[in-house]
Design a protein around this ligand. Structure first.
Ligand SMILES: Cc1ncc(COP(=O)(O)O)c(C=O)c1O
Length: 420
């Protein structure tokens, strides 16, 4: 693109961004009392997203698309910063909003850039020695598995993996069986990226507590899908992002560190704002200590515009209602599941049947076709889906979020019907 074309495109784009993006925010009074099956209301919700109607986007598990209000908030803040030359340091309002959204205190939330970063902070920061054991699953995402495997390489900790079972009770039994005297950490996905099974986080955290084991969840898929309350779950650490189910700006995340476990986790990276004072002129040069909150785990210049976007994403969820969203997107996943069940025995549903173990991700296999072949056809027909080859799980994974409509699910079920 030459300079003239670039300028022309920029001039075309900027008025669209500054003109309010042709959207009107939903007002809480527009949320019907019985919202779950009110398709008119969900059409209104859909109109809040620039997501093109040319594709059927069923891959929120990889990345959540943002509503206009989030995009606009990022843009407006960026204009302000760059107009005034304002510095974007730590943003306390956003920390407070995240804490409220996930049921934590503001002192327990650290900004990260993604889930993987939080996973690394915990994997590297816990006091573990050679031979100490960490219990994980055969369903880890690379960003969940590698940080712990890396710690094993560095320090000789031992990773033990369990299988996920069809029920919460059996999964807990599998964890119990894997515990030995050397078990120091449960490092488990709250909702694995593979089949979207919701693990019984509260019971797992209680089991860990009763045995003096640290409980850590890779919570990539928790906030925004479930009406999360971390104090209720009572785990020690929880890493997540704002760019999946929260529908926030990409490259944003957070780590929850329970107040009582703040001192247990060594800050492995520090800088401006993670200290209580430092002096390079004393002899020897000293650092007096860490900030008395999870702010010790992040540091330096931050992106105030992305934080504004996180706040807008939280406002979007809170306007509709966290529980309303959880109920609706579980309803959509159930609608998909029921649709797939009508197609006969060629379909193997892999996400468990148990209602408490299901969220908004549905995974299945086709008995007479590879997932790659199915995906080729899906792409040809403009569906965006995810196949999961990781750890040989080999499933087709469908995520349904609040911008998805029932007719999109009907279209997808029809695709499966015609293809297999
Ligand atoms: C369970 C799980 N953990 C970690 C990640 C990595 O997330 P991020 O890209 O935010 O680091 C993902 C991404 O899909 C995931 O599903």
């Amino acid at each position: 693109m030459n300079r003239q074309q670039f300028l022309k495109n920029a001039i075309l784009a900027y008025p669209a961004l500054t003109s309010g993006l042709a959207y009107a925010n939903i007002h809480p009074s527009q949320v019907p009392f019985n919202a779950i099956e009110d398709e008119t209301f969900w059409k209104l919700v859909r109109s809040q997203f620039p997501l093109t109607k040319d594709i059927t986007y069923l891959n929120n598990g990889t990345m959540g698309v943002s509503p206009y209000s989030v995009i606009d908030a990022v843009y407006q803040k960026s204009v302000t910063i760059n107009t005034k030359g304002a510095y974007g340091g730590g943003d306390h309002e956003t920390i407070e909003a995240i804490a409220r959204f996930v049921g934590a205190d503001k002192e327990e939330i650290a900004f990260t850039h993604n889930v993987t970063e939080g996973n690394n902070l915990v994997a590297q920061g816990l006091p573990l020695q050679k031979g100490d054991e960490v219990i994980m699953t055969t369903h880890e995402h690379v960003g969940g598995g590698l940080p712990w495997l890396n710690r094993a390489r560095h320090d000789g900790i031992v990773i033990k993996v369990i299988n996920l079972a069809a029920t919460a009770a059996e999964t807990i039994a599998n964890i119990e069986k894997a515990i030995t005297k050397k078990t120091k950490v449960f490092a488990l996905p709250h909702i694995p990226c593979t089949i979207g099974q919701v693990l019984p986080a509260k019971q797992i955290a209680a089991l860990a507590k009763s045995k003096g084991i640290y409980s850590f969840f890779d919570g990539a898929h928790g906030p925004g899908m479930l009406n999360l309350d971390l104090h209720d779950i009572d785990c020690d650490f929880y890493s997540s992002c704002c760019h999946k189910w929260m529908l926030g700006p990409k490259g944003t995340g957070f780590l929850y560190v329970k107040k009582e476990k703040l001192e247990a986790l060594k800050p492995i990276m520090v800088g401006a704002y993670s200290d209580t004072g430092w002096d390079m002129l004393s002899n020897p040069p000293t650092m007096s200590g860490y900030t008395p909150s999870a702010h010790r785990f992040y540091y330096g210049t931050q992106s105030a515009e992305l934080y504004e976007g996180i706040q807008a994403a939280i406002k979007f969820h809170e306007t509709i209602g966290k529980q309303v969203i959880e109920d609706r997107i579980k309803y959509l996943a159930g609608y998909l599941r029921d649709g797939l069940k009508t197609l006969g025995t060629n379909i193997e549903l892999v996400t468990p049947e148990e209602p408490s173990s299901r969220g908004a991700i549905t995974a299945f296999r086709l008995k007479n076709m590879t997932m790659q072949k199915f995906q080729e056809q899906a792409v040809k027909e403009n569906f965006t889906i995810r196949t999961v080859p990781e750890n040989n799980v080999n499933v087709i994974r469908i995520s349904t979020h609040l911008y998805n409509q029932k007719d999109e699910i009907d279209k997808f079920v029809d695709l499966v019907k015609r293809t297999v």
